[in-house]
Design a protein around this ligand. Structure first.
Ligand SMILES: *Cc1c(COP(=O)(O)O)cnc(C)c1O
Length: 231
């Protein structure tokens, strides 16, 4: 067994234990989907993770993601999540390889993704990204804009609205921010029955996200190690 494989296996086991403990502490008997965020790391790492039972990966830059996905030996076993800020002119590329887009933050992008998915002959799962940061620094639609954007995504024929996504704001504890996200998600779910997903929680705050009902965790460095040496 390669050193890298052993390293990934050990980190993954630790993260899975954290997730299990958080679910138990929250009294949750449902599971969560662990999305391994593989940005900056090579396709060979993704293949090792797939061998270790990872089913979902996350990427945040189109060029890197497109090249990596094309190289994957285990592509047929993986669900690819696009989690980064997305320019409208990259929608066509992303719709070609992503299964889920977590970063839908404006109407123009929704329309571009819908047209791109139509060209690919598929339906894309999308999450509306909510900006929990009052300063708006970490991306996402303002909370008051989210219901209308969700309505639009739900109406577009080649998008399937699955729920909401957010990154914890800086300079504020994550738990109350995730609680705001949860109540917004409940509002959206009242109008859209398919919108059951809540993507929240990263390496540092996954416990808080599980406590507030996250269904998808996006975990990078806790599984893959520091990105600093890979930039
Ligand atoms: C990089 C990234 C993550 C993973 O962050 P870690 O702190 O390494 O777990 C999650 N979500 C988004 C949107 C990211 O860009």
């Amino acid at each position: 067994m390669s050193d890298r494989r052993a390293e990934l296996e050990a980190r993954l086991a630790t993260v899975r234990q954290r997730v299990a403990a958080a679910l138990e502490a929250a009294g949750r008997t449902d599971g969560v989907t662990l999305v391994a965020v593989t940005k900056f790391f090579p396709a060979s790492d993704v293949d090792l993770l797939a061998e270790l039972g990872v089913t979902d990966i996350g990427e945040n830059r189109d060029q890197e993601a497109a090249a990596k996905v094309a190289e994957l030996a285990h592509r047929d076993r993986l669900t690819v999540h696009f989690i980064g800020q997305l320019q409208t002119n990259k929608a066509g590329s992303v719709a070609g390889y992503a299964d889920v887009v977590h970063s839908l933050d404006r109407a123009k992008l929704a329309r571009a993704l819908d047209r791109a998915a139509e060209r690919e002959g598929r339906v894309l799962d999308v999450l509306v990204q909510v900006g929990l940061d009052t300063a708006g620094g970490r991306g996402g639609a303002a909370p008051e804009e989210v219901p209308a954007l969700a309505d639009l995504a739900a109406d577009l024929p080649h998008l399937r609205l699955r729920g909401l996504m957010a990154v914890a704001p800086l300079g504020e504890p994550p738990r109350p921010a995730f609680a705001r996200l949860r109540s917004l998600a409940e509002r959206v779910r009242a109008d859209h029955r398919d919108a059951t997903w809540l993507s929240a929680g990263m390496s540092a705050d996954l416990e808080d996200a599980v406590a507030e009902g996250a269904t998808h965790l996006r975990v990078g460095s806790a599984i893959l190690g520091s990105r600093e040496s890979h930039r």
